[in-house]
Design a protein around this ligand. Structure first.
Ligand SMILES: Cc1cc2nc3c(=O)[nH]c(=O)nc-3n(C[C@H](O)[C@H](O)[C@H](O)COP(=O)(O)OP(=O)(O)OC[C@H]3O[C@@H](n4cnc5c(N)ncnc54)[C@H](O)[C@@H]3O)c2cc1C
Length: 435
């Protein structure tokens, strides 16, 4: 490793960065480097860019759906800034004030007031919560605000919520935790949950906004990012799974192509195969994973929900999104089921049948769909458990970096954790270059 710590000076004067993986992390790194005039080549194994947040063509529709319905928060500033850059300032998303509707009539609506007042008033006025439940929720927020949402020792979210009424946990905290961390409250990290509450509910009013892309997830960022880098002499190689990484004093060869630096932006479970022959790079821990299932239900085009997104309680369906409102895909609803649970025992046909019946019962949608499509992502996110070890973006090789939602971050596995890691890698490289 000693010989590798010294990096050839000439190489650093004409850097050419290989980015392995064209998901949100890799493309965030690519855009940031291209913005600073650094040459990049992105290698992506798939045909489409986006990794776990990508467009999927289906036979029944002329426009793609996504591999999973995604929701962003206003607090996802890195992602939103990058999306704005690649779309030339024409943000392709709906920005909705924090408003959570549930099928049982519960309603949380934040007024246009500075944070955290908007959240407190939203909780005060929340419909479907009793006065006592509202009191507990407010007390919880105020108590953790006093300690800046920091815990001395990480525990599970279930332990954190210990004294909260079980009805409030079921109606409010559990759905929020599942949506944010994709991990059941018994196993979810209380510290990461508090980080999300802190950043989205207590800083600026717009941080609590719900952000819904209005185009498929490949177009939303990674594909536009590819156009952006190609206009700046960047290269994109899709359908190419990188197999061989070699390190010499002259930098790297990636499947035989020379590069000064490598940003490894593949998913956590894909890293160790790539670095198997590189003993100087530490392997990534073996994480546990949680699934997310999205069930697309197509009805007649005049079927609409009362809101773009509605939560369901005591059903296997957790959230339902109206793609007619967000994507002009009229009559198409996307039902999301986060994390592991009893629903995993059902076949796709049974799942679709059951959620169709649940929506019919709770939201009065038609009893039958025209067609349905189930997309199950088994390794959607790592299980966000307490005290998880997440590697830094810098490694002990000064020209090798790790980007991805699993790397060190305050956030759970999200688009924001991914883009922040990519931007961080890019800045570490830019700062190391000679003036
Ligand atoms: C169904 C679902 C729903 C989700 N919902 C939300 C949500 O609502 N909000 C939110 O913020 N987040 C959500 N997430 C999480 C979010 O999608 C991920 O955190 C994020 O996309 C991870 O991006 P990444 O770039 O770190 O990794 P990935 O997207 O996994 O990208 C890695 C890329 O590397 C490529 N690759 C792998 N090996 C190689 C190789 N050898 N050579 C070349 N390329 C390679 C892969 O093909 C892939 O494109 C959801 C995820 C899923 C699956």
């Amino acid at each position: 490793m000693d010989s590798l710590a010294h990096v050839d000076k000439k190489l650093m004067q004409t850097p050419h960065v290989a980015i392995i993986g064209g998901g949100y992390a890799g493309m965030a790194a690519a855009v940031t480097l291209a913005q600073h005039g650094v040459a990049v080549t992105v290698y992506e194994a798939g045909k489409a860019l986006g990794g776990r947040a990508r467009a999927v063509e289906i036979a029944q529709l002329s426009t793609p759906v996504d591999n999973g319905q995604h929701l962003l928060l206003g607090a996802y500033q890195t992602t939103l800034a990058l999306v704005n850059i690649v779309h030339d300032g024409n943000a392709p998303y709906l920005r909705l004030p924090l408003t959570l509707y549930t099928s049982n009539g519960a309603q949380l609506q934040a007024p246009a007031l500075p944070a955290p007042l908007n959240t407190l008033i939203a909780l005060l006025r929340a419909r479907g919560l009793s006065k006592t439940e509202r009191g507990y929720a407010i007390q919880f927020m105020l108590r953790h605000r006093l300690t800046q949402f920091r815990l001395q020792h990480d525990i599970s979210v279930a332990q954190l919520l210990g004294t909260q009424p079980s009805t409030l946990i079921t109606k409010l905290w559990e759905p929020l935790c599942l949506a944010a961390l994709n991990t059941p409250i018994e196993h979810a990290s209380a510290q990461v949950f508090l980080n999300v509450l802190r950043d989205s509910l207590t800083r600026h009013q717009q941080d609590s906004n719900l952000i819904m892309p209005i185009m498929d997830l490949s177009q939303f960022f990674p594909q536009m990012a590819a156009n952006y880098i190609q206009q700046r002499n960047g290269q994109l190689i899709t359908s190419h799974r990188v197999k061989q990484l070699n390190r010499g004093t002259q930098g790297w060869t990636v499947d035989g192509h020379h590069h000064s630096h490598v940003i490894c932006a593949v998913a956590a479970h894909q890293v160790n195969t790539l670095i198997a022959d590189l003993p100087h790079i530490q392997p990534v821990p073996d994480y546990q994973y949680e699934p997310i299932i999205t069930i697309y239900l197509q009805y007649a085009t005049d079927v609409r929900l009362t809101h773009a997104m509605i939560g369901l309680n005591h059903t296997i369906a957790q959230w339902v999104f109206d793609r007619g409102i967000s994507h002009q895909q009229h009559g198409l609803l996307a039902v999301v089921i986060s994390a592991s649970g009893a629903h995993e025992a059902l076949t796709h046909a049974q799942l679709a049948q059951q959620v169709t019946a649940e929506l019919h019962q709770h939201l009065s949608t038609p009893a039958q769909t025209i067609w349905q499509q189930v997309i199950a992502e088994k390794r959607a996110t790592f299980a966000c458990t307490p005290n998880l070890t997440r590697p830094a973006q810098a490694t002990n090789d000064p020209v090798f970096f790790l980007a991805g939602d699993y790397t060190a971050s305050d956030y759970p596995a999200t688009l924001e954790a991914a883009t922040q890691s990519g931007v961080k890698c890019a800045h570490l490289i830019i700062e190391s270059l000679p003036e």
